[in-house]
Design a protein around this ligand. Structure first.
Ligand code: F6P
Length: 319
């Protein structure tokens, strides 16, 4: 019988537990032995590994975070670390590993595959910044959390006739920012993919004030930075009292949405099907709304298009 491992690596994301559960249950259903590797690649190198049975993953599908813990592992960036990882896999009799994480984690999975241990990457990050897939596990939950928080911020901005500038996560990408801005009806969104002009935003605020608008929501992507500066500048130009809020790690937690649980389950199952056939060095993703898989090197060289259409609609309808 085959023996497979599963680990989570990089930043946690809601839905990772659903993916771990799916990998575990799919493996068991196919007659495999399944182990959980704790704290990402660190656990592989340190032998922090737990045997899994069906009950190990009971009651986790609805929980945020990752029951396997997660970490970044600098040692695994060197070939020496990867070779040590391969030796550990051989020692444990592992026939493959499912790695749930982001691009950095996939690089490790590719390196380990090249050393003869088939690895499958599953996209797990709230940022949706993995090019080979239309969707990453955790994205929907994070956006819904940010949306709910901004709805709350709007209540107080409205009561005080203020402008609230809200920074959302996303590392270097603006996917969360653009979609959440559209969902809350923000006055403007500032994302790293596009140049921005604070004078133009201020001017738009002045104009909409004339039609009776008394409060404003501006969404800023983390990758832009300078949220405090943007807030002060808009206040200085418009005279509208302004406040900055950085949502931060609240966006990473919480019970996963239906979408995150279902996609995680489908992707986890698909990963095990690949390992069952001895296939490695692939990333599971979503293309045209369907689960598919792609070579890791190819996945890492892809580029994700910017959401031009949504960006345009948002700006045209924000007044
Ligand atoms: O990738 C998820 C993410 O939350 C990004 O949005 C953010 O840039 C980063 O992780 C923060 O990392 P950390 O939790 O290590 O500060």
């Amino acid at each position: 019988a085959k023996k497979i491992g599963v680990l989570t690596s990089g930043g946690d994301a809601p839905g990772m537990n659903a993916a771990v559960r799916a990998v575990c249950r799919a493996g068991l259903a196919k007659g495999m032995e399944v182990v959980g590797i704790l704290r990402g690649y660190n656990g592989l190198l340190n032998g922090e590994v737990i045997e899994m049975n069906a009950r190990t993953v009971s009651g986790i599908i609805q929980r945020g975070g990752t029951c396997l813990y997660t970490a970044r592992c600098p040692e695994f960036r060197d070939i020496e670390g990867v070779k040590k990882g391969r030796d550990k896999c051989l020692e444990m009799g592992l026939d493959g590993i499912v790695v749930i994480g982001g691009d950095g984690s996939f690089r490790g999975a590719a390196d380990l595959s090249a050393q003869g241990i088939p690895c499958i990457g599953l996209p797990g990050t709230i940022d949706n910044d993995i090019s080979c897939t239309e969707y990453t596990i955790g994205y929907d939950t994070a956006m819904n959390t940010a949306m709910e928080m901004i709805d709350k911020i709007r209540d107080t901005a409205q009561s005080h006739d203020r402008c609230s500038v809200v920074e959302v996560m996303g590392r270097n990408a603006g996917h969360i920012a653009i979609n959440v801005a559209a969902a809350v009806g923000a006055e403007a969104v500032i994302t790293p993919e596009k140049p921005y002009d604070l004078n133009a935003i201020a001017q738009k605020m002045e104009q909409t004030k004339k039609s009776g608008k008394t409060h404003f929501i501006i969404v800023v992507a983390e990758g832009v930075g300078k949220t405090e500066y943007i807030t002060r500048t808009l206040q200085d130009i418009t005279g509208v009292e302004s406040r900055a809020t950085i949502l931060g790690h609240v966006q990473r937690g919480g019970s996963p949405t239906v979408r995150d649980r279902v996609v995680a389950t489908e992707m986890g199952y698909h990963a095990v099907e690949l390992l069952e056939q001895g296939i490695g060095n692939r990333v599971v993703g979503m293309k045209d709304n369907k689960i598919y898989d792609v070579d890791i090197q190819e996945a890492l060289s892809m580029k994700k298009p910017f959401e031009e259409e949504l960006y345009k609609i948002l700006n045209e309808t924000a007044f």
